[in-house]
Design a protein around this ligand. Structure first.
Ligand code: SF4
Length: 347
């Protein structure tokens, strides 16, 4: 969305003026075609735009061919060390190849780029703080911001020298500050699309917070074109968190923004239960709306008047519901969810 260049991952545009995309990575064994296809299906249903699949063995790239046939979203093959896996993945139909040119011999990088050019496949240069080249590490003594960015620029140049420009770049660290500073520095030097993420961010709880801070800070700076939240959790959680980060910054179209109060002793309806139920229901609804759910009249009326659907506790167990800023009806607490669902459909 923010960089000047655009790459194509299959039919999906990344960079330029394209909408920000959300991606994740399968964690089944790639050779287990059935499980991997099922993961991709679940991630797609959760709102994933593109997905990465590891290809560590010849068997995995054979499986990849079958997996690609069953995927409705573009697939990025994750390649390390052995360039032959990259060639096999391109032959299998992968729409993008993720490599760290630093861990593949130059001859292998040449071969992958030649095949990528021939087949119109894009590449992601994935630099991680844990895999910066030894020579650069020796110069900086640690995977610092300068070391990470130098590694990224070196690897961009390797592809540019091969007359290849169809790539995006990531510079991830598990340290939020290092990651943010690295992307900021890199974004000032190149105009290739940037894939954002905090690597090895941790569990669903802590990784969500780290990712929201890191990815969110960069997006607020206007940096980033596609995001991946890395969590030690179900891959669909990565997608949900990624989409929520974009939603929170109004960077995603056709999504429902739910505003709900923290509740207090004035609360007259079950805000927590209703908000959670609506959040689940709204996750798959493609409409651009704001819904407010407040426990009482204190802020309830004002929010309701400025929401597409506004709900607030009016009397104990009774909610008042606004539609498009105008008072619509009253409903008993157990009926509110169904009334709101009908209004969402009508909107
Ligand atoms: Fe409490 Fe009402 Fe504010 Fe909710 S809106 S936190 S119930 S005062």
């Amino acid at each position: 969305m923010f960089s000047k260049r655009e790459v194509l991952v299959g039919s999906l545009k990344v960079g330029g003026t394209a909408p920000l995309s959300v991606q994740t990575m399968t964690n089944s064994r790639t050779e287990d075609v059935k499980s991997t296809i099922e993961q991709i299906r679940r991630a797609t249903a959760a709102g994933c735009d593109l997905i990465r699949v590891s290809c560590p063995s010849p068997e995995s790239t054979v499986a990849l061919k079958e997996i690609i046939k069953h995927s409705n979203i573009p697939i990025i093959a994750d390649i390390h060390f052995n360039y032959k896996r990259g060639l096999e993945a391109i032959d299998a139909g992968a729409q993008c190849i993720r490599i760290n040119p630093g861990n593949i011999p130059a001859i292998g990088v040449n071969e992958i780029v030649r095949a990528a050019k021939y087949h119109g496949v894009s590449v992601r240069i994935g630099i991680n703080s844990g895999s910066v080249e030894k020579a650069i590490l020796a110069k900086y003594s640690e995977p610092s911001v300068d070391a990470i960015v130098e590694s990224a620029l070196l690897n961009c140049k390797k592809l540019e020298d091969l007359d290849f420009f169809n790539f995006k770049v990531s510079v991830k660290s598990s340290d939020v500050r290092v990651t943010v500073a690295s992307y900021r520095k890199l974004a000032a030097k190149i105009d290739y699309p940037l894939h954002l993420g905090i690597t090895e961010a941790g569990t669903l709880f802590s990784g969500t917070i780290k990712s929201a801070i890191g990815i969110g800070s960069l997006l607020l700076d206007g940096i980033g074109d596609t995001i991946r939240v890395s969590l030690s959790s179900d891959i669909c959680e990565e997608v949900r968190v990624g989409r929520q980060i974009l939603k929170s910054l109004s960077l995603i179209g056709n999504s429902i923004n739910i505003v709900s109060c923290p509740t207090c002793s004035r609360t007259l309806v079950n805000v927590i239960d209703l908000s959670e139920k609506l959040e689940i229901y709204c996750a798959s609804v493609k409409k651009h709306m704001k819904i407010s759910i407040l426990g009482c009249v204190v802020n309830g009326v004002g929010e309701a008047q400025h929401s597409d659907i506004g709900i607030y506790g009016f009397r104990r167990g009774i909610a008042k519901i606004y539609f498009k800023g105008i008072e619509h009806c009253e409903a008993k607490a157990p009926e509110v969810f169904d009334v709101v669902k009908t209004l969402i459909d009508e909107f």
